[in-house]
Design a protein around this ligand. Structure first.
Ligand code: CDM
Ligand code: ATP
Length: 277
């Protein structure tokens, strides 16, 4: 029996850094959403634990114990499984690639092995794993472990653009000028896509300035997305991936094609926001 799980891209529509704990982890307020673009995990019975990495973004992804997929399997504590990770998301890209893979692995193996999900929702694997396990729009706070319901968002489509190269998350957090930035405003209800994007533009991603210092190309990516008619262009997470918001699938697809034509070396994809767990 083979069990499949989707690992959608995790996108931070906002990311407010409001403080820092004694252990160095930062306190965040982030409106997190998920897009129908991602990796796929397939698990099946096997005598021992084996991982194969396939797909267009497999190059450079570790196949040893440092892969978050294998760390998730060990956390669950089952004995054996053949795991195939089909990679479509760029790694170290600010869209939770490894974290979403780990969450999808927890979902698939808990079914295969008939085991409960971990009590910490995978937080010990990484700060983004709990929100990736939920894989639905929510307000993420704490260091990533507090997940709160938000009002239903308007239908939204997204273009994702990554210029290549890896942006290490720790370096971006270290580059913050301030750790005690103003909090996020409450998420409004009942807005249509343009009005919701206008509200988002009054909020922030505090990691954008330090990420631009690490990878100045982020400015070019944001300009390209804004130039393709996005309702909002912003960096996700610690970067370098940036997103553009659109009110319908056609305009997102058209913008993605336009950006890809202008910058064929960049990774460009698009999809609808949704819930995927
Ligand atoms: C930037 C975000 O992606 C936003 O969703 C997350 O906060 C980071 O999630 P992540 O990549 O899963 O983070 P982890 O792998 O747990 O931590 C990587 C490094 O990021 C920094 N880190 C991460 C999360 C957090 N709340 N504060 C931090 O300072 C720490 O230096 C940590 O050593
Ligand atoms: N399943 C995986 N897929 C991709 N990278 C992985 C995986 N497991 C471990 N890694 C390692 O983790 C590093 C960070 O990759 P990851 O995709 O988790 O970062 P990210 O997309 O920036 O996540 P976040 O948005 O949470 O910051 C990679 O450079 C790679 O060496």
């Amino acid at each position: 029996m083979a069990i499949e799980a989707f690992a959608p891209a995790k996108v931070n529509l906002t990311l407010h850094v409001t403080g820092q704990r004694a252990d160095g982890y930062h306190l965040l307020e982030s409106l997190v959403v998920f897009v129908g673009v991602g990796d796929r995990i397939t698990v099946s019975e096997a005598a021992d634990l084996r991982l194969a990495v396939t797909g267009p973004r497999a190059e450079g992804v570790p196949t040893g114990p440092e892969n978050l997929v294998l760390k998730a399997a060990s956390l669950l504590g089952g004995v054996g499984a053949q795991i195939v990770l089909d990679k479509h998301l760029p790694a170290a890209a600010g869209i939770g690639g490894g974290s979403s893979d780990a969450a999808a692995t927890l979902r698939a193996l808990s079914q295969l092995w008939n085991l409960d999900l971990p009590a910490d929702n995978g937080l010990s694997l990484g700060a983004d794993v709990p929100v990736c396990l939920r894989a639905a729009p929510c307000l993420m706070s704490g260091v990533g472990e507090v997940l709160t319901e938000v009002p239903v968002l308007p239908p939204l489509w997204m273009v994702l653009v990554n210029p290549g190269g890896e942006v290490p998350t720790p370096a971006v957090f270290k580059g913050l000028a301030r750790k005690d930035n103003p909090p996020m405003a409450p998420v409004p209800a009942g807005l249509d896509a343009p009005a919701f994007a206008a509200w988002l533009s009054t909020q922030r991603n505090d990691l954008e300035p330090p990420a631009r210092a690490v990878a100045p190309v982020i400015t070019d990516v944001l300009d390209a997305i804004a130039g393709a008619g996005a309702l909002l262009a912003r960096m996700s997470g610690s970067g370098a991936t940036c997103f553009g918001l659109y009110a319908d699938a056609e305009s997102a697809a058209c913008a993605a094609a336009q950006i890809k034509e202008k910058a064929p070396a960049w990774w460009v994809d698009h999809g609808a926001l949704g819930s995927f767990s």
